[in-house]
Design a protein around this ligand. Structure first.
Ligand code: HGY
Ligand code: MN
Ligand code: MN
Length: 420
C-alpha cells in the first residue's frame, strides 16, 4: 500500500490564501471596469501576465523558456533531469470580456503545486513544468488552442505563425513583440516530450454547482469545428436601388444564418451552433452592404454528427446566398475531434478527490481546452471546479477560494503520483 504521507504533506502545503492572492494579482492585469479581464493573446496585457508569472517563478528559482509558437514553460527540476517532465497548466489569454478564472486558474493552480512541493520539502523524480499555452481562446487569432496544437503537432508552426488578426497583424509579428516585452530563453519545439499532462480549470457550466460537487472528474472533451463565411453582394445606394436589383449581403447573411439554425436544430439540444463575429462592409447606413463575413463555432461530442452537419454548412450557405443574388465562400478554419481522457489518469483524479474527502462527479467538458491536444501525445486528464451559476466567457465569472484550493489539492496529489 503506497504511503499516503507525501500526498498528505503536499496537499497540506497548498495555501488557499496564497493561491487566492495570485488570482487577485493576475486579475488586475487587463482588468475591465465590470470586474473581468481583457487579455487577448500576444497583447501587452498578455505579456504583462507572463512577466508577473515569471517574477513569481524566479523568486522560487524555477527556470523559464518559451517555444517558437509562444508557449511559456516554468520548470521545477526533478532528481532525474533526463526524465520526461509531467506538464500542467492552462492559458493566460482571455476573451475580450473574459473572467478572472478561465485559464488563469489552471496556470496558477499548477504553480501553487510547485510551491507546495517546495514548502513540503518534496523532490520528484520527474521534472514538472507549468505551461501557459499561447492563444487558447482563439479570439484575436483563430483557431483557438493554437499553442498547444502546434506543440502537439496538430497544427503547423509556419501556418499558425502566418495567421492574422482583424488589423492584419500576424502571429509571427505579435510573437516578436511579446518576446521583446517579456524576454525569456527560447526552447525548440519538440525539446520536451511530456510524460503526462493534467489541467485544472473551472467547469464553465452549471453541473458541478447544481450537483453540489466540489471536483469534476473530466472524462472527455466534445469536438469542435470552426468556419469563416464570406458573403459577397454589391454595394448600392440605399435610396435609389429597388429591392429586385439588390445584391444585399446583409439580407443574404441573415437568410444563411437562419438556414443554418434550422440545419443545426437538435431536439436533444446537444449540438452547439454559434455565430460570434459578424462584420458588414462597408458598414454605412445608406449603402447596401457589398460584403458580410461571419464566424461559425460548431460543437458536438459525436464525431460522425459533427462531420455530417459540418459538411452540410457549405451548401446551406451557398443556396441561401444565391436566393438573394449573392455568392458565398466558406473556409474550414479548424476541426478538433472529440477526445476521451486516459482512464488511468482519470482514475487518479477521482481517487485524489476521494482521498481529500471532496464530493466529485464524472462529466464531459463542453468547453475546449489545451488538454484536448495534449491527450493525443501523452496520458492526460483534467480537474474541474465549480464556477458561479456556470457563467464563463463573461466578466461576471466567479469562483470561491475554497473551491480553487480544493481543485489544487487534487491536482497536487495527481501530479505528485505522476512525477514519482
Ligand atoms: O471555446 C472554448 O471552448 C474555450 O473556452 N476557449
Ligand atoms: Mn479556458
Ligand atoms: Mn475560454
Amino acid at each position: 500500500m503506497k504511503s499516503k504521507e507525501p500526498f498528505d504533506r503536499v496537499s497540506a502545503a497548498v495555501s488557499e490564501s496564497r493561491l487566492w492572492r495570485r488570482h487577485v494579482d493576475m486579475g488586475q492585469i487587463g482588468a475591465t471596469p465590470r470586474g473581468g479581464v481583457n487579455r487577448l493573446a500576444l497583447t501587452i496585457e498578455d505579456a504583462l501576465a507572463q512577466t508577473q508569472l515569471l517574477q513569481w517563478a524566479s523568486a522560487r528559482g524555477y527556470t523559464a523558456s518559451r517555444d517558437e509558437i509562444g508557449n511559456l514553460f516554468i520548470r521545477r527540476k526533478g532528481t532525474d533531469a533526463t526524465a520526461d517532465a509531467v506538464l500542467t497548466g492552462s492559458h493566460l489569454d482571455s476573451q475580450p470580456t473574459g473572467g478572472k478564472y478561465d485559464g488563469a486558474y489552471g496556470v496558477l493552480a499548477g504553480f501553487e503545486v510547485l510551491e507546495a512541493l517546495d514548502d513540503a520539502g518534496i523532490e520528484t523524480v520527474r521534472p514538472i513544468e507549468v505551461v501557459a499555452w499561447m492563444n487558447e481562446e482563439g479570439s484575436r487569432f483563430s483557431p483557438g488552442a493554437m499553442g498547444s496544437a502546434v506543440f502537439t503537432g496538430s497544427a503547423s508552426l509556419d501556418e499558425m505563425q502566418g495567421k492574422t488578426d482583424r488589423k492584419g497583424i500576424s502571429v509571427r509579428d505579435a510573437l516578436a513583440e511579446t518576446a521583446k516585452r517579456c524576454p525569456v530563453p527560447s526552447r525548440r519545439l519538440g525539446e520536451v516530450k511530456p510524460a503526462a499532462y493534467v489541467e485544472a480549470h473551472i467547469e464553465q457550466g452549471p453541473r458541478l454547482e447544481s450537483a453540489k460537487a466540489t471536483i469534476g472528474v473530466v472524462l472527455s472533451i466534445q469536438g469542435s469545428r470552426r468556419f469563416l463565411v464570406a458573403i459577397f453582394g454589391e454595394e448600392a445606394h440605399a435610396g435609389t436601388t429597388p429591392r429586385r436589383h439588390r445584391k444585399d449581403a446583409v439580407s443574404a447573411a441573415v437568410a444563411a444564418i437562419s438556414a443554418l439554425e434550422s440545419l443545426t436544430a437538435d431536439a436533444h439540444d446537444t449540438l452547439r451552433f454559434t455565430v460570434g463575429c459578424l462584420d458588414v462592409y462597408p458598414s454605412s447606413p445608406n449603402t447596401v452592404a457589398g460584403k458580410v463575413t461571419f464566424t461559425i463555432d460548431l460543437r458536438h461530442p459525436d464525431e460522425a454528427t459533427l462531420t455530417d452537419i459540418g459538411d452540410r454548412i457549405h451548401t446551406t450557405v451557398k443556396e441561401a446566398a444565391a436566393l438573394r443574388s449573392c455568392t458565398a465562400e466558406i473556409t474550414n478554419v479548424s476541426y478538433v475531434k472529440p477526445i476521451t481522457f486516459a482512464p488511468h489518469v482519470v482514475d487518479r483524479v477521482r481517487a485524489a478527490a476521494r482521498d481529500e474527502g471532496y464530493p466529485s462527479m464524472d462529466l464531459p467538458s463542453g468547453a475546449g481546452h489545451d488538454a484536448m491536444h495534449l491527450s493525443r501525445i501523452c496520458p492526460a486528464a483534467m480537474v474541474f471546479v465549480p464556477c458561479l451559476r456556470g457563467v464563463s466567457h463573461n466578466e461576471a465569472e466567479s469562483a470561491t477560494p475554497e473551491d480553487l484550493a480544493a481543485g489544487t489539492r487534487v491536482l497536487a496529489r495527481v501530479i505528485l503520483e505522476l512525477a514519482g
